[in-house]
Design a binder for this molecule. Structure first.
Ligand code: FES
Length: 100
């Protein structure tokens, strides 16, 4: 693969990467992927990892529209579009800034 092809491939890959951001740090997440492991990299604490304990609660500072709809576990925990469970969310695309 020549450098032109390599650059093109990298650009295509970047187009399909979302970003999870906390306190100036960011990690790239493939579009459509669960954010749990990426949140862990940013320091989000976890307990059950199944949407039951609430340990992984996060506030969404920006980009709430870039996450999937709330699931049943999040609704049971009375979460909303701006207050999610890291172990239950998927990022669809774009940037999402969090606080915990
Ligand atoms: S780790 Fe328990 S709800 Fe997410």
């Amino acid at each position: 693969m020549d450098s032109q092809q390599s650059l093109k491939r990298d650009l295509v890959l970047q187009e399909h990467m979302a970003k999870l951001i906390f306190d100036g740090k960011e990690v790239q997440v493939p579009d459509g992927e669960a954010i749990k492991e990426y949140g862990r990299q940013l320091g989000v604490p976890f307990g059950c990892e199944h949407g039951v304990c609430g340990t992984c609660k996060i506030d969404i500072l920006s980009g709430a529209e870039n996450l999937n709809e709330l699931n049943e576990a999040e609704e049971d925990m009375e979460r909303d579009r701006s207050h999610r469970l890291t172990c239950q969310c998927k990022i669809l695309h774009g940037n999402v800034e969090i606080r915990f």
